[in-house]
Ligand binder design. Sequence first.
Ligand code: PLP
Length: 356
Amino acid sequence: MKRINVTKTFLPPIEEYQSYLDSIWSSSQLTNQGPLLLEFEEKTKEYLGLKNLQAVANGTLALQLAIRALDLGEGEIITTPFSYVATTSAILWEHFTPVFVDIDRTNFCLDANKIERAITDKTKAIMPVHVFGLPCNVEEIDQIAKKHNLKVIYDGAHAFGVKYRGKSLLDYGDISTCSFHATKLFHTIEGGAAISNNEEINRKVDLQKRFGHHGDEHIMLGINAKLTEFQAAMGLCNLKYIDENINKRKQLYNLYSKLLAGRFEVPTISADTIYNYGYYPVLAENEKQLTQLIDKLGHKEIYPRRYFYPSLNNLPYIDKRQKCPVSEDIASRIMCLPLYADLEEQSVEEICEALK
Ligand SMILES: *Cc1c(COP(=O)(O)O)cnc(C)c1O
Protein backbone atom coordinates (compact mmCIF):
# COMPACT_ATOMS: atom_id res chain seq x y z
CA MET A 1 0.00 0.00 0.00
CA LYS A 2 1.05 3.56 -0.66
CA ARG A 3 2.03 5.71 2.30
CA ILE A 4 -0.77 8.08 3.34
CA ASN A 5 0.19 11.16 5.32
CA VAL A 6 -2.05 13.55 7.21
CA THR A 7 -1.87 15.92 4.26
CA LYS A 8 -0.47 16.16 0.78
CA THR A 9 0.36 19.45 -0.89
CA PHE A 10 -1.82 20.30 -3.87
CA LEU A 11 0.17 21.10 -7.00
CA PRO A 12 -1.43 22.72 -10.05
CA PRO A 13 -0.77 21.46 -13.61
CA ILE A 14 2.89 22.26 -14.26
CA GLU A 15 2.15 24.00 -17.60
CA GLU A 16 0.05 26.57 -15.76
CA TYR A 17 2.92 27.38 -13.41
CA GLN A 18 5.30 27.40 -16.38
CA SER A 19 3.28 30.10 -18.12
CA TYR A 20 3.69 32.33 -15.06
CA LEU A 21 7.42 31.57 -15.08
CA ASP A 22 7.50 32.79 -18.68
CA SER A 23 5.96 36.07 -17.55
CA ILE A 24 8.53 36.40 -14.74
CA TRP A 25 11.31 35.80 -17.27
CA SER A 26 9.99 38.53 -19.51
CA SER A 27 9.48 41.09 -16.73
CA SER A 28 12.73 40.13 -14.90
CA GLN A 29 10.99 41.15 -11.71
CA LEU A 30 11.36 38.42 -9.12
CA THR A 31 10.12 40.18 -5.98
CA ASN A 32 9.37 43.66 -4.48
CA GLN A 33 5.69 44.35 -5.20
CA GLY A 34 5.85 42.80 -8.65
CA PRO A 35 2.89 42.42 -11.01
CA LEU A 36 2.10 38.84 -9.96
CA LEU A 37 2.08 39.75 -6.28
CA LEU A 38 -0.36 42.60 -6.92
CA GLU A 39 -2.56 40.38 -9.07
CA PHE A 40 -2.44 37.66 -6.43
CA GLU A 41 -3.50 40.07 -3.68
CA GLU A 42 -6.39 41.37 -5.80
CA LYS A 43 -7.67 37.92 -6.75
CA THR A 44 -7.34 36.60 -3.20
CA LYS A 45 -9.30 39.53 -1.81
CA GLU A 46 -11.96 38.97 -4.43
CA TYR A 47 -12.14 35.25 -3.68
CA LEU A 48 -12.40 35.77 0.07
CA GLY A 49 -14.70 38.79 -0.15
CA LEU A 50 -12.25 41.05 1.69
CA LYS A 51 -11.58 44.74 1.19
CA ASN A 52 -7.96 44.52 2.33
CA LEU A 53 -5.27 41.86 2.37
CA GLN A 54 -1.49 42.05 2.30
CA ALA A 55 0.51 39.02 1.33
CA VAL A 56 3.63 38.37 3.40
CA ALA A 57 6.42 35.80 3.51
CA ASN A 58 4.72 33.40 5.93
CA GLY A 59 2.05 33.10 8.59
CA THR A 60 4.49 33.52 11.46
CA LEU A 61 5.81 36.87 10.22
CA ALA A 62 2.18 37.87 9.58
CA LEU A 63 1.55 37.40 13.32
CA GLN A 64 4.69 39.30 14.26
CA LEU A 65 3.84 42.17 11.92
CA ALA A 66 0.30 42.21 13.32
CA ILE A 67 1.62 42.59 16.87
CA ARG A 68 4.02 45.34 15.74
CA ALA A 69 1.46 47.24 13.69
CA LEU A 70 -0.82 47.58 16.73
CA ASP A 71 1.82 49.52 18.70
CA LEU A 72 1.09 47.69 21.92
CA GLY A 73 4.16 48.83 23.82
CA GLU A 74 4.99 45.98 26.17
CA GLY A 75 3.09 43.59 28.38
CA GLU A 76 0.87 40.53 28.17
CA ILE A 77 -1.07 38.97 25.33
CA ILE A 78 -3.86 36.56 26.18
CA THR A 79 -3.76 33.56 23.88
CA THR A 80 -4.80 29.95 23.41
CA PRO A 81 -2.65 26.97 24.39
CA PHE A 82 -4.24 24.78 21.71
CA SER A 83 -2.51 25.74 18.48
CA TYR A 84 0.62 25.30 16.45
CA VAL A 85 3.71 26.58 18.27
CA ALA A 86 4.00 29.63 15.96
CA THR A 87 1.11 31.36 17.74
CA THR A 88 3.05 31.40 21.01
CA SER A 89 6.49 31.86 19.52
CA ALA A 90 5.38 34.98 17.61
CA ILE A 91 4.28 36.54 20.92
CA LEU A 92 7.56 35.63 22.63
CA TRP A 93 9.66 36.74 19.65
CA GLU A 94 8.02 40.16 19.91
CA HIS A 95 8.93 40.27 23.63
CA PHE A 96 5.41 39.97 24.96
CA THR A 97 4.36 37.55 27.68
CA PRO A 98 1.81 34.97 26.56
CA VAL A 99 -0.95 34.44 29.10
CA PHE A 100 -2.75 31.19 28.38
CA VAL A 101 -6.49 30.96 28.79
CA ASP A 102 -8.06 27.53 28.50
CA ILE A 103 -10.15 26.41 25.54
CA ASP A 104 -13.78 25.57 24.96
CA ARG A 105 -14.48 21.83 24.61
CA THR A 106 -16.90 22.31 21.73
CA ASN A 107 -14.80 24.31 19.25
CA PHE A 108 -11.28 23.90 20.75
CA CYS A 109 -10.86 27.71 20.62
CA LEU A 110 -10.08 30.15 23.42
CA ASP A 111 -12.93 30.02 25.97
CA ALA A 112 -14.42 33.51 25.92
CA ASN A 113 -15.92 32.94 29.39
CA LYS A 114 -12.47 32.59 30.91
CA ILE A 115 -10.80 35.61 29.30
CA GLU A 116 -11.85 38.32 31.73
CA ARG A 117 -10.35 36.73 34.81
CA ALA A 118 -6.96 36.61 33.05
CA ILE A 119 -6.92 40.33 32.26
CA THR A 120 -4.43 42.37 34.30
CA ASP A 121 -3.20 45.96 34.04
CA LYS A 122 -0.45 44.62 31.76
CA THR A 123 -2.80 43.00 29.22
CA LYS A 124 -2.55 44.62 25.80
CA ALA A 125 -4.23 42.24 23.37
CA ILE A 126 -6.04 38.96 22.85
CA MET A 127 -4.70 36.53 20.25
CA PRO A 128 -7.16 33.68 19.68
CA VAL A 129 -6.86 31.04 16.95
CA HIS A 130 -9.67 29.74 14.75
CA VAL A 131 -8.16 26.32 15.24
CA PHE A 132 -8.87 23.82 12.41
CA GLY A 133 -10.83 26.68 10.81
CA LEU A 134 -13.51 26.47 13.52
CA PRO A 135 -14.70 29.98 14.39
CA CYS A 136 -13.93 31.42 17.81
CA ASN A 137 -16.75 33.12 19.71
CA VAL A 138 -15.94 36.32 17.87
CA GLU A 139 -18.81 38.43 19.21
CA GLU A 140 -18.05 37.70 22.88
CA ILE A 141 -14.33 38.24 22.34
CA ASP A 142 -15.03 41.53 20.59
CA GLN A 143 -17.23 42.71 23.48
CA ILE A 144 -14.62 41.82 26.09
CA ALA A 145 -11.88 43.56 24.09
CA LYS A 146 -13.95 46.74 23.73
CA LYS A 147 -14.86 46.77 27.41
CA HIS A 148 -11.21 46.48 28.49
CA ASN A 149 -9.71 48.52 25.65
CA LEU A 150 -7.72 45.59 24.24
CA LYS A 151 -6.77 44.80 20.65
CA VAL A 152 -7.73 41.51 19.00
CA ILE A 153 -5.41 39.65 16.64
CA TYR A 154 -6.91 36.50 15.14
CA ASP A 155 -4.50 33.82 14.07
CA GLY A 156 -6.52 32.62 11.07
CA ALA A 157 -3.81 30.30 9.74
CA HIS A 158 -6.49 27.62 9.17
CA ALA A 159 -9.35 29.94 8.25
CA PHE A 160 -8.85 30.41 4.50
CA GLY A 161 -12.25 30.16 2.79
CA VAL A 162 -14.26 29.81 6.01
CA LYS A 163 -17.30 32.07 6.19
CA TYR A 164 -18.92 32.96 9.49
CA ARG A 165 -22.25 34.77 9.70
CA GLY A 166 -22.08 35.82 6.08
CA LYS A 167 -18.52 37.06 5.84
CA SER A 168 -14.98 35.75 5.75
CA LEU A 169 -13.76 34.55 9.13
CA LEU A 170 -10.59 36.52 8.33
CA ASP A 171 -12.64 39.73 8.47
CA TYR A 172 -12.93 39.84 12.29
CA GLY A 173 -10.80 41.50 14.95
CA ASP A 174 -8.46 44.50 14.65
CA ILE A 175 -6.30 42.34 12.41
CA SER A 176 -6.30 38.72 11.24
CA THR A 177 -3.55 36.62 9.77
CA CYS A 178 -3.47 33.59 7.50
CA SER A 179 -0.84 31.04 6.50
CA PHE A 180 -0.26 29.94 2.93
CA HIS A 181 2.26 27.26 3.84
CA ALA A 182 2.49 24.16 1.62
CA THR A 183 0.83 22.00 4.30
CA LYS A 184 -2.19 24.27 4.56
CA LEU A 185 -5.46 24.09 2.63
CA PHE A 186 -4.37 26.86 0.26
CA HIS A 187 -0.71 27.61 -0.35
CA THR A 188 1.91 29.77 -2.03
CA ILE A 189 4.74 27.32 -1.13
CA GLU A 190 5.58 29.49 1.89
CA GLY A 191 3.45 32.53 2.50
CA GLY A 192 0.84 34.26 4.57
CA ALA A 193 -1.31 37.35 4.83
CA ALA A 194 -2.36 40.13 7.16
CA ILE A 195 -5.94 41.38 6.93
CA SER A 196 -7.29 44.52 8.56
CA ASN A 197 -9.82 47.20 7.74
CA ASN A 198 -7.91 49.86 9.67
CA GLU A 199 -5.95 52.17 7.38
CA GLU A 200 -3.25 53.00 9.89
CA ILE A 201 -2.63 49.33 10.71
CA ASN A 202 -2.42 48.50 7.01
CA ARG A 203 0.00 51.33 6.39
CA LYS A 204 2.29 50.01 9.13
CA VAL A 205 2.16 46.40 7.93
CA ASP A 206 2.92 47.60 4.41
CA LEU A 207 5.96 49.60 5.54
CA GLN A 208 7.22 47.10 8.08
CA LYS A 209 7.07 44.14 5.71
CA ARG A 210 9.57 45.91 3.43
CA PHE A 211 12.19 47.44 5.71
CA GLY A 212 10.19 50.47 6.86
CA HIS A 213 11.19 52.88 4.13
CA HIS A 214 10.04 54.40 0.86
CA GLY A 215 13.09 55.19 -1.24
CA ASP A 216 15.44 57.26 0.91
CA GLU A 217 12.77 58.18 3.40
CA HIS A 218 13.07 55.93 6.46
CA ILE A 219 9.82 55.96 8.38
CA MET A 220 9.88 53.14 10.92
CA LEU A 221 11.73 49.99 11.89
CA GLY A 222 10.95 47.25 9.42
CA ILE A 223 11.88 43.75 8.42
CA ASN A 224 11.88 41.70 5.22
CA ALA A 225 8.58 39.83 5.01
CA LYS A 226 7.98 39.99 1.28
CA LEU A 227 6.31 37.34 -0.84
CA THR A 228 8.15 36.70 -4.12
CA GLU A 229 6.75 36.57 -7.65
CA PHE A 230 7.35 32.81 -7.74
CA GLN A 231 5.18 32.34 -4.66
CA ALA A 232 2.51 34.71 -5.96
CA ALA A 233 2.47 32.66 -9.19
CA MET A 234 1.85 29.48 -7.21
CA GLY A 235 -0.96 31.24 -5.38
CA LEU A 236 -2.54 32.39 -8.65
CA CYS A 237 -2.43 28.84 -10.00
CA ASN A 238 -3.88 27.37 -6.82
CA LEU A 239 -6.71 29.91 -6.53
CA LYS A 240 -8.21 28.42 -9.69
CA TYR A 241 -8.54 25.05 -7.96
CA ILE A 242 -9.48 26.06 -4.44
CA ASP A 243 -13.25 25.60 -4.79
CA GLU A 244 -12.80 22.23 -6.45
CA ASN A 245 -10.36 21.18 -3.71
CA ILE A 246 -12.64 22.30 -0.89
CA ASN A 247 -15.45 20.37 -2.53
CA LYS A 248 -13.42 17.19 -2.77
CA ARG A 249 -12.39 17.56 0.85
CA LYS A 250 -16.03 18.03 1.80
CA GLN A 251 -16.97 14.69 0.18
CA LEU A 252 -14.17 12.92 2.05
CA TYR A 253 -15.00 14.68 5.30
CA ASN A 254 -18.61 13.55 5.02
CA LEU A 255 -17.50 10.03 4.21
CA TYR A 256 -15.36 9.92 7.37
CA SER A 257 -18.32 11.22 9.36
CA LYS A 258 -20.61 8.55 7.92
CA LEU A 259 -18.17 5.66 8.43
CA LEU A 260 -17.03 6.72 11.90
CA ALA A 261 -20.46 7.83 13.15
CA GLY A 262 -20.54 7.68 16.95
CA ARG A 263 -17.07 6.18 17.36
CA PHE A 264 -15.15 9.33 18.22
CA GLU A 265 -15.88 12.72 19.63
CA VAL A 266 -15.54 15.27 16.83
CA PRO A 267 -16.06 19.04 16.88
CA THR A 268 -19.42 20.28 15.64
CA ILE A 269 -19.55 22.88 12.90
CA SER A 270 -22.11 25.51 13.83
CA ALA A 271 -24.98 26.28 11.45
CA ASP A 272 -23.74 29.84 10.82
CA THR A 273 -20.38 28.56 9.50
CA ILE A 274 -19.47 27.66 5.93
CA TYR A 275 -16.54 25.39 6.62
CA ASN A 276 -13.39 24.84 4.52
CA TYR A 277 -12.88 21.16 5.45
CA GLY A 278 -9.25 21.83 6.27
CA TYR A 279 -8.88 19.13 8.94
CA TYR A 280 -10.59 16.01 10.28
CA PRO A 281 -9.76 15.96 13.99
CA VAL A 282 -10.96 13.05 16.16
CA LEU A 283 -10.64 12.52 19.91
CA ALA A 284 -9.68 9.15 21.35
CA GLU A 285 -10.88 8.19 24.83
CA ASN A 286 -7.44 8.76 26.32
CA GLU A 287 -3.80 9.11 25.35
CA LYS A 288 -3.16 5.37 25.58
CA GLN A 289 -5.93 4.59 23.10
CA LEU A 290 -4.66 7.39 20.87
CA THR A 291 -1.13 6.01 20.69
CA GLN A 292 -2.48 2.51 20.08
CA LEU A 293 -4.57 3.78 17.17
CA ILE A 294 -1.60 5.69 15.74
CA ASP A 295 0.53 2.53 16.01
CA LYS A 296 -2.12 0.40 14.32
CA LEU A 297 -2.47 2.88 11.46
CA GLY A 298 1.31 3.16 11.18
CA HIS A 299 1.53 -0.58 10.45
CA LYS A 300 -0.65 0.08 7.42
CA GLU A 301 1.50 3.07 6.40
CA ILE A 302 -1.20 5.53 7.39
CA TYR A 303 0.15 8.52 9.27
CA PRO A 304 -2.32 10.77 11.08
CA ARG A 305 -0.79 13.62 13.10
CA ARG A 306 -1.14 14.65 16.71
CA TYR A 307 -2.41 18.16 16.00
CA PHE A 308 -1.92 19.92 18.35
CA TYR A 309 0.42 18.46 20.88
CA PRO A 310 1.73 19.42 23.37
CA SER A 311 -0.57 22.03 24.87
CA LEU A 312 1.52 25.20 24.45
CA ASN A 313 1.33 26.22 28.11
CA ASN A 314 3.73 23.29 28.67
CA LEU A 315 6.44 24.45 26.25
CA PRO A 316 9.87 24.17 27.90
CA TYR A 317 10.67 27.86 27.34
CA ILE A 318 7.51 29.19 29.01
CA ASP A 319 8.68 30.11 32.48
CA LYS A 320 5.50 30.76 34.38
CA ARG A 321 3.55 27.48 34.48
CA GLN A 322 -0.10 28.07 33.80
CA LYS A 323 -2.61 25.23 34.02
CA CYS A 324 -5.04 24.68 31.16
CA PRO A 325 -6.75 21.38 31.97
CA VAL A 326 -9.15 21.32 29.00
CA SER A 327 -6.42 22.05 26.47
CA GLU A 328 -4.06 19.54 28.10
CA ASP A 329 -6.78 16.90 28.01
CA ILE A 330 -7.73 17.55 24.37
CA ALA A 331 -4.08 17.78 23.26
CA SER A 332 -3.32 14.43 24.90
CA ARG A 333 -5.93 12.50 22.89
CA ILE A 334 -6.55 14.30 19.59
CA MET A 335 -5.27 13.48 16.13
CA CYS A 336 -6.05 14.67 12.63
CA LEU A 337 -6.87 11.99 10.07
CA PRO A 338 -5.50 12.20 6.52
CA LEU A 339 -7.50 14.71 4.48
CA TYR A 340 -6.50 16.22 1.15
CA ALA A 341 -8.13 16.82 -2.20
CA ASP A 342 -6.81 13.80 -4.07
CA LEU A 343 -7.11 11.31 -1.21
CA GLU A 344 -9.14 8.39 -2.57
CA GLU A 345 -12.47 7.40 -1.09
CA GLN A 346 -11.15 3.88 -0.89
CA SER A 347 -8.31 5.12 1.33
CA VAL A 348 -10.82 6.77 3.67
CA GLU A 349 -12.67 3.44 3.84
CA GLU A 350 -9.43 1.63 4.65
CA ILE A 351 -8.50 4.17 7.32
CA CYS A 352 -11.92 3.82 8.95
CA GLU A 353 -11.71 0.02 8.78
CA ALA A 354 -8.30 0.10 10.47
CA LEU A 355 -9.60 2.45 13.17
CA LYS A 356 -12.46 0.11 13.98
C1 PLP B 1 0.95 27.04 10.20
C2 PLP B 1 0.54 27.90 11.34
C3 PLP B 1 1.17 29.13 11.62
C4 PLP B 1 2.44 29.56 10.94
O1 PLP B 1 2.32 29.72 9.59
P1 PLP B 1 3.63 29.60 8.67
O2 PLP B 1 3.13 30.09 7.34
O3 PLP B 1 4.02 28.16 8.64
O4 PLP B 1 4.68 30.48 9.24
C5 PLP B 1 0.67 29.93 12.63
N1 PLP B 1 -0.39 29.54 13.36
C6 PLP B 1 -1.03 28.37 13.14
C7 PLP B 1 -2.21 28.01 13.97
C8 PLP B 1 -0.56 27.50 12.14
O5 PLP B 1 -1.15 26.31 11.96
